[in-house]
Write a protein that binds this ligand. Sequence first.
Ligand code: ADQ
Length: 457
Amino acid sequence: MGRLIVASNRTAAPGEERAGGLAVALWDALTERGGLWFGWSGETVERETRGLRIVTEGNVEFALADLTAAELAGYYLGYANRALWPVFHYRIDLARFVDEDWDCYATVNRRFGRLLHQLLRRDDIVWVHDYHFLLLGQELRNNGWQGPLGFFLHIPFPPAEVFAALPQHQRIARGLADFDLLGFQTERDVGNFHRYMVEQHGAELLPDGRLKAYGRIIRAEAFPIGIDPAEMRRFSEGEEARTAADRVRRMIGDRALVIGADRMDYSKGLPQRIQAFGRLLDEHDELRGRVNLLQVAPPSRETVGAYRDLREEMDRLAGRVNGDYSDLDWTPIRYLARGYSREVLAGLYQLARVGLVTPLRDGMNLVAKEYVASQVPEDPGVLILSEFAGAAERMPSALLVNPHDVGGVADAILRALRMSREERVERWQALDEEVRRNDVATWRRNFLDALRDVEMA
Ligand code: ADQ
């Protein structure tokens, strides 16, 4: 059996954080059969360095490539984050299409494809991750790679008419068709991709669900990503979690806690969430002084304008609600523009009566699953989940909400705060079963099994 080759924009090379279920799951997969993890080193250099830095840990090699400052601007901040990210999250209005960014994106994929191809051996299987590397499979093929080639998209795949807004969508689709297996988070994403390929590229949907496009047969399937629930449970029972929860409890006393934890990203629906909490206080004076929202949101991608705008909007909205409703001994919203370890978050999740996960669009959303895994079984909190998060597809026992509907979200918070223990337990059990069944180990096993089937076929 050959090695597993993983390619993702960032790796978890020695010295880098290997926190988070995903990094650990990929690491486990690599150590199982030996392998190679390829990606950006995280370093930018003034001029192009053509080589790779190889670092070895056990039976796993890391192959790390630098980006030039111009590549970082064009490929990563430009095309990936200013064009692909918004369009894949249904936000054409926020997308910026710059021809030079696209050129740079294609060039980096070509350069990386060449670098990676040199390292491949006959029996390897290759698993490429996410929107940074949509053309990497095609580049490997161009260099002569004929072995199994899989791709997993961590973010949503939008409906055909949204995707077609990308000026380069044809080129991207042609690139994707060079993979043997395309993994998506949800059935909805798979359906969107199928329809797009049929309508725009004359692809044929075969009776067995495979797709015939550009003379190739590809499999496009849903592999919903999960977490490591045992790890989360362990965290929630650990020292760091307890200390964090104690600190918050000292602050809020016996008031009910509602928690949100997200990267500061416009896809996460943060302003709408603050507004919903404001609406709740507006309509229910009996809750004033009785409930707190703790929102953790570390800033990300701050060099991109849309993210700076969001940061300002959040500061303004949270300040506004606090200004309107705070009292001498109570501030409704505690908004922390910084990150915390998952150990600490687990403690906060457990303390919170309500987990508020309301993205406008999300590939999966692991915070929803982490919240569930952190609960005390006999007295669990309530998950409020956006119907537009991938996680909603298999978590119907959450209180599902439309995150754009500020009044509806406010009602859901009220309902969660008033929910009987019996109903909370019943809902939580169903959610917990799903989180445990579709964990991150199952996700990567299912994907790699499907990729190996391709190898056999
Ligand atoms: P993200 O958009 O980053 O990931 P998500 O899945 O919610 O979104 O979170 C990933 C990790 O970041 C989680 O483990 C979470 O605990 C951590 N995290 C979130 N907020 C944090 C905070 N405030 N402080 C510290 N840590 C925080 C992308 C897609 C998702 C998809 C994942 C995995 O956008 O839809 O679920 O990849 O495929």
